[in-house]
Design a protein around this ligand. Structure first.
Ligand SMILES: NC(=O)C1=CN([C@@H]2O[C@H](COP(=O)(O)OP(=O)(O)OC[C@H]3O[C@@H](n4cnc5c(N)ncnc54)[C@H](O)[C@@H]3O)[C@@H](O)[C@H]2O)C=CC1
Length: 360
């Protein structure tokens, strides 16, 4: 991995070229434009390499990846084709280190990785669909580029507050993006998302500017571990930046439904006043729940960014931290929390590599 890292783009381009030449029938499983896909393959390999000595984390990651591949139509027989092309691509670019022993190790590793993914997908097939269709039932344009979208899945969709899903629109087939659920599970089964149209974000632009009630999207399975442990009554310190406030709102509803009296302190960050598109909902929640405190932090007024604001309050040693927002905010937030002494196992957020494509 160290040798191919610097030429990662070439390795993945060559890999996909080989795959589609040798197995043209697999091309239709992938989106028309492959750029994000190429990055994702490499991120998956790097994540696997990074956790190679931590079996529990690695296996959980691969199982999730295997289940997540069901929505693409991946079958067990596709794995050997991918393995053969991956090894051919590595052979070509890892010329200094590649020898019979390295190749044997990669074959063993790839075989193990694919078996974990195939088994997890097979097990998941017994209890959940590969994807859900969901009909848009409301589309609320909150600012010129942010919409709150509510959908009705065609079958029950079990998930936990704080998790996210993958979503495909009819306008960009096979292009999947991640969105966090903006509400805790509801008795009417509806799901909602906060979507911001970002430059060059195909899916987010389609969702904000084209989607209308009646349109049907597809959802993959829920994922993510930014969830509340109801076995304790530790306080929650939540940092939500921009549309990152969506899963924080879901967490608040989750705590409220469990009838607990644990303190929840929310810092809601935005660049301008105008960007605090969900502040009314947050203040309404604060009014009905005495255990909830919501503090808007507007860059332009506060002259400081969201992660710095938490230093002015506290102490936070009795709290679990939840961070949701742009990758830069999460990195800075985690640094700030560690600085003030919060141990890593009390800090939760979605994986940065998943976030890079959240909301594109
Ligand atoms: N589960 C999650 O973590 C979720 C993450 N998101 C992500 O949240 C982002 C939302 O985008 P916008 O609304 O445009 O947010 P934005 O770019 O307007 O920023 C929102 C807040 O984060 C702060 N911030 C931004 N970059 C920072 C940095 N480098 N260091 C410190 N603070 C920083 C800003 O000061 C502001 O308060 C998207 O990247 C989206 O992918 C959205 C929903 C859920």
């Amino acid at each position: 991995m160290a040798e191919v890292g610097p030429v990662a783009d070439k390795v993945t381009s060559y890999f996909y070229a080989l795959l589609f030449v040798r197995h043209p029938e697999l091309r239709s499983l992938f989106p028309a434009a492959m750029d994000t896909q190429r990055d994702r393959l490499l991120k998956a390999l790097l994540t696997a390499a990074e956790h190679i000595d931590n079996t529990d984390v690695l296996v959980a990651y691969l199982q999730n990846l295997g289940r997540g591949h069901r929505k693409y139509g991946t079958r067990p027989e596709h794995y050997p084709a991918v393995g053969e092309c991956l090894i051919a691509a590595l052979t070509r670019y890892a010329t200094n280190t590649w020898d019979d022993e390295t190749e044997a190790a990669w074959v063993r590793t790839y075989t193990t990785i694919s078996q974990v993914m195939i088994d997890a997908a097979a097990e998941d097939e017994l209890r959940a669909p590969a994807w859900w269709y969901a009909e848009v039932v409301s589309h609320d344009l909150r600012t010129p580029d942010i919409a709150v979208i509510t959908v009705r899945p065609d079958q029950p969709y079990p998930f936990l507050a704080g998790q996210y899903t993958s979503l495909e629109t009819p306008w960009w087939p096979r292009v999947w993006r991640h969105y966090s659920f903006a509400s805790a599970p509801r008795s009417d089964g509806l799901l909602s998302f906060h979507v911001k149209a970002v430059p060059a974000g195909w899916v987010s632009n389609a969702l904000v500017h084209r989607a209308r009630p009646g349109d049907v999207i597809r959802l993959g399975p829920p994922a993510g571990s930014m969830t509340v442990d109801h076995g304790t009554d530790t306080g929650l310190l939540c940092l939500g930046g921009g549309t990152g406030i969506a899963p924080i709102k879901a967490l608040i509803e989750d705590v409220a439904e469990h009838g607990e009296r644990r303190p929840v302190e929310v810092f809601y960050g935005a660049r301008t006043d105008h960007d605090l598109y969900d502040i009314d909902t947050m203040l309404r929640l604060q009014q009905s729940h005495p255990w909830l405190e919501v503090r808007p932090v507007v860059d332009q007024q506060a002259h400081l960014q969201l992660p710095d604001a938490i230093r002015a309050y506290g102490p936070w040693d009795e709290y679990d931290a939840y961070l949701s927002g742009p990758p830069g905010m999460i990195r800075r937030g985690v640094d700030a929390l560690r600085d003030i002494g919060l141990p890593s196992d009390r800090i939760r957020h979605d994986a940065i590599e998943e976030l890079v494509t959240i909301g594109d």
